[in-house]
Design a protein around this ligand. Sequence first.
Ligand code: AMP
Ligand code: MG
Length: 418
Amino acid sequence: MKPTTLDEAIAFLARRIMPLSATATVHVAQAVGYILAEDIHAPASLPRFDNSAMDGYALKQSDIDDEGIAKLSIDHVIAAGCSSGFELRSGSAARIMTGAPVPVGADRVVMQENAVIDGSAVTLRITDNSKFHIRRVGEDVREGQQILKAGTKLHPGNLSLLVGLGFRSVRVTVRPRVAILSTGNELADSPDKLVLGQIYDTNRPMLSWMLAQAGADVTDLGIIRDDPSSILSALASAAKTHDLLITSGGASEGFADHLSDVVTRHGSLEFWKLNMRPGKPIGFGEIEHCPVLVLPGNPVAAAAGFATLGRAIIQGLVCRSCATPSYIALPLSVGYSKPAERVQLLMGKFRRRQHDNAIIVEPLTLQSSSSYRALSEAEVFILLGAGKTTVSAGDLVAVVPLWQHWEDLLGDAKLLPS
Ligand code: AMP
Ligand code: MG
């Protein structure tokens, strides 16, 4: 059975899209955003040496009296970067900086706030017996321990870990190569001069960015006229060198809409027309064994199709079993009614609920699938699932990011608890 709902389409894609097998070695500094192709084990421990967690004084535990006081002579100064090639004697302390190696024989650091200096002598006071202020070898990462799993999308924190462990390069899955084209006799490339009846092609620039953000390398095939053989030849030649083709426009059943026919005749159309709005004429199939995602021309519908299905395909191409959009559940600001049988995608924005300051989503007042103003204002799609006619204010709804990854959205200052 061909998928007819968004959920069925997503499940279908999760089965159908195979992860790319090609991997590449990239320098760690360039690896953020790539998907790791190998499990990574720590080749060393972190910290690599016992070091001070504080600016203070390193001493021997045995030099502390019953009152928690140690009176010692300051025999050494160890700055970060010094190698402390000596052993601390009983009765002496080493002034030490955060990150500096703890000398042999020292088993505690007292922070400088608890030190009283008198010439070359120091009186140290232990205020918390449980705090030794020494970062021990391997307490963060143990040598040999698995630290990252294949399939991880690398972020700058992963990069710190890899660099900290001395990695110069890692094996990653190659970025999917995606070719995009727009069809429509009315389309012109900005900033060419427009004549009456023409509009600028806005889908290619928008989808190129969304694709790059999703981790794809994009080839722009330009604007193709509403002509089946031109569309076919553009798709068939790009199919040889790409992992995915994405079209926008010409997706429904008007006399100038050719995509479903072209894909059916020269490949296979595996689903078309989902029960969702906007985005009804979305189709998926293949040409020359290359997957093709057929998106509607209306800018909001194209964005909706990409945010739900396009991203799922990109994720599926880089990681086994990742072909699912990332939804989070948030309360809806107002009640909403829709036909039971279809999925309704509403453009929305994050908002703070007044009485409890919780983050909620609010549908925009303007919901037209051709509205650039709405598209520009929207932050998310709110997904109202099939099977329900009304959703009440406060009900949890699925939310799909439109432009950004969750990391960026959640890191956004306006979402931080105030
Ligand atoms: P279509 O899907 O070809 O029937 O187009 C639906 C609507 O979207 C029409 O108003 C088109 O002019 C418009 N449209 C189609 N492709 C694009 C595009 N690439 N950029 C902006 N608008 C488009
Ligand atoms: Mg058209």
